[in-house]
Write a protein that binds this ligand. Structure first.
Ligand SMILES: [Fe+2]
Ligand SMILES: [Fe+2]
Length: 234
């Protein structure tokens, strides 16, 4: 019984993570679009977000490998399981896919809001990974522990560029209610959606991979190499 429980828990945890990693790097493509339109071409923010995008893609691939080695696909989850999806929906009143990139480019306060949403999401992700690394079910799977250790190491560099932009442009810190929305989304996922998913026998596995057919999904992989190593082969 415990073995079954553990398998199902890790299966669903991996499925929620792989969904969020994929959502993360594809949503960052839209953020990059906005940043490129707003900033000078040599603005360091662009390179930092490309690195962030490359990291989230790398996390996605790690979970994909984890599932592949078990000979199975993740569960078919939709955007109700996406932290960033819910956050954007609440803060912008629209889904990520229909977020008006033009408006975010043109209006400073919307870009500012987006930076805060991403920063809070990443900080939340960091704290969550710390909790998971101490979880006995997670610790029973050495491959999963290694994946979470990599995520834990990467995460602080993910909120830094957005916090940096907010600070450099003298924008305010997140307000208590923004942190509350973030906390609400997190508890909703953990205490409501995950248990419902756990007990739902009808949830199906994917028959494909979320990145099937994506054009050059690893286009920023170069950003993962240390700057010195890049210069040496340039
Ligand atoms: Fe990630
Ligand atoms: Fe991240």
């Amino acid at each position: 019984m415990l073995a079954w429980y553990r398998r199902r828990y890790l299966d669903l945890l991996g499925s929620i993570y792989i969904y969020n990693e994929h959502r993360g790097y594809t949503a960052l493509d839209r953020v990059l679009e906005a940043v490129r339109a707003r900033c000078e071409p040599n603005d360091p923010l662009i390179g930092l977000i490309e690195k962030h995008r490359a990291d989230e893609r790398k996390h996605y691939v790690m979970f994909k490998r984890w599932f592949e080695l078990q000979g199975k696909r993740p569960m078919h989850l939709d955007r109700t399981f996406g932290h960033i999806d819910r956050f954007i929906e609440i803060m912008f009143g629209t889904s990520i896919d229909s977020l008006d990139t033009e408006a975010v480019i043109a209006r400073d306060e919307l870009f500012e809001r987006l930076c805060r949403v991403i920063s809070l999401t990443e900080q939340r992700g960091f704290k969550q990974v710390e909790i998971l690394l101490a979880n006995s079910h997670v610790r029973s799977d050495p491959a999963l522990v290694r994946i979470f250790e990599v995520i834990h190491r990467d995460e602080p560099s993910h909120w830094a560029p957005y916090d940096g932009w907010l600070e450099a442009n003298a924008k305010r810190e997140p307000k208590w209610w923004e942190r509350m929305v973030d906390g609400f989304i997190h508890s909703e996922l953990l205490f409501l959606k995950l248990p419902i998913l756990f007990l739902n026998p009808f949830v199906k596995r994917r028959t494909d991979w979320a990145d099937d057919g994506e054009e050059a999904p690893d286009r920023y992989a170069e950003r993962l190499r240390p700057v010195g190593a890049r210069a040496a082969t340039a």
